[in-house]
Write a protein that binds this ligand. Structure first.
Ligand SMILES: Cc1cc2nc3c(=O)[nH]c(=O)nc-3n(C[C@H](O)[C@H](O)[C@H](O)COP(=O)(O)O)c2cc1C
Length: 162
């Protein structure tokens, strides 16, 4: 068994921040209230083609994921270049995250962020332990491409690709 070396969490974040990621809004409806809930992740990935699966990881400390999780359904909106404000709104822990976010109901019954770069409608199949995060694995129900360019996160900053 590998003995975990002492790695400072700031250093871990700094070096891993050199890996550019897409910025994806995970959104669904809160069980009970039906209100939109969601968070931004940089860990959204394609996992399997057959069957079509995607994955992302969510911190155990997340307050939004437990609101979405009971329905099993969520949508991933791949944020577009210029959607910095939406990224900030959905990555804050306080207040009404959706107050200034332009969204609509999708055919999946989940919120889609308007003018995103792509939308992927999903249903959770597995959750796997991953240290202080949970690795979520989900089946894909529908995929919709959008226009423009994606928003990227690199070394602690947001950038439009083009
Ligand atoms: C670019 C970016 C990427 C992020 N990636 C993740 C991620 O992969 N997993 C995660 O749990 N939080 C991630 N976060 C942090 C969450 O968006 C933020 O903590 C969120 O508000 C969660 O809080 P809540 O679930 O309590 O609302 C990321 C934030 C930003 C700005």
């Amino acid at each position: 068994m590998l003995t975990a070396p002492m790695i400072d969490s700031r250093h871990f974040r700094d070096v891993m921040g050199h890996l550019p990621t897409a910025v994806v809004a995970i959104t669904g409806l809160e069980a009970g209230t039906g209100r939109p809930a969601g968070l931004v992740v940089g860990t959204f990935q394609s996992l399997s083609l057959d069957p079509p699966l995607v994955t992302f990881s969510v911190a155990r400390s997340s307050s939004s994921w437990p609101k979405l999780r009971p329905s099993s359904r969520f949508s991933a909106s791949v944020l577009a270049a210029g959607q910095h404000d939406i990224c900030r709104a959905l990555s804050t822990k306080h207040g009404d995250k959706f107050a200034a976010v332009d969204w609509r109901y999708s055919d999946h019954g989940t919120p889609h962020i308007r003018h995103a770069h792509a939308w992927i409608d999903c249903e959770v199949t597995h959750e796997v332990e991953g240290g202080d995060h949970v690795i979520v694995i989900a089946g894909v129900a529908r995929l919709t491409p959008g226009a423009g360019a994606p928003l990227l996160f690199h070394r602690g900053q947001l950038h439009g690709l083009f």
